[in-house]
Design a protein around this ligand. Sequence first.
Ligand code: ZN
Length: 424
Amino acid sequence: MNDRLIEAIAERREDLVSLTLELIRFPTVNPPGEAYRPCAEHIGARLGEGGFAIEYIRAEGAPGDSDRYPRTNIVARREGELAGPTVHFNGHIDVVEPGQGWSLDPFKGVVRDGRVYGRGACDMKGGLAAAIIAAETYIDLNPSFPGAIEISGTVDEESGGFGGVAWLASRGYFSKPRVDHVIIPEPLNKDRICLGHRGVWWAEIETKGEIAHGSMPFLGDCAVRHMSAVVAAFEAELFPLLEAKRTRMPVVPEGARRSTLNLNSVHGGQTDDFRPGLPSPNVPDSCRLMIDRRYLLEEHPDEVKDEVISILEGLRRSRPRFDYEIRDIMEVRPLMTEPDAPVAAALAHGIRAVFDREPDYVISPGTYDQKHVARIGQLYDCVAYGPGILDLAHRPDEWVGIDDMVESAQVMAIGLDLLLRGTG
Ligand SMILES: [Zn+2]
């Protein structure tokens, strides 16, 4: 069966390239969420012809949803002839804005030197096309397959997935008994299996002060100076602590194999920007700092927050008039599917069959839609596996290699076969 799948998918190379080009030509830029519906309908029309039952699910009322920018997801399901598990391929159809620096039209879809170029080629329309070709080829070769195959094209992954996978997950689309195994063909390289991601805690810290005339700062209390004390304390106490925390999670790149903290932004005083307005001669009574803390499986979220709060409480004791508030903005738990989980084992088998080597197991430094499958769907047999080089995502002249797409489709088809027959 493996050899027949490998051969049949190699013969569909042109079809795979055409489908990728077709998807790139829908400028599904998010925000605002352009062209979602026609892109979803294009996928639905193709899979519908192939015998899939098609559902279009609009996330009405989700962030960003409107009649002008409907959050339209597509879920396609093909029942097999025998009882068995369901394997679901999920790809996001949204892309980030092209930005500057392109040498070609980002939405034309260009084939050159064995690569497909365009916004979303790598992240992740190439991967979604490869999953579709894998499923179609598998069905053609095994018309009486057991179980069921699902393919979804979902929206808004780039902005958190609330109108996409999160929306569907909270309506049972990513839970048992409907679905057993989920593969997300994000661009993690064709011979790597991504088992999950680090945790995230975003929070906003606000220091308080007292307004006064800027010529007499001693009459007020400067919130920006209080914030600089916070940053200085982070430099002295928190960053060294985080540097030293290592993880067994195989995060790539290597530098992310530890705890990290980014200071995303800082805003203090009455005007942030002098260009449109006029400077404000005041002592600032408020300063806000947004922090982005990425944490590890070995860390508990309470411990992550306590490290920050204990520094702030220390300043409250040591620094006159120091006062602050802290607000949670977003929280995602770290996730790691074990390498011997069925979906990872099945794809590993496919990688051995196609490349004659062992897969690398990796963890993404940032999160993706797997978080919703786990937290909302309570489904843990989920990994990311797909063609494309992660570093090219979101960059100008983004591309995906055609050989990589073909080979990863072969891996997915072999994995699909094992999972459906329950031998993964
Ligand atoms: Zn992506």
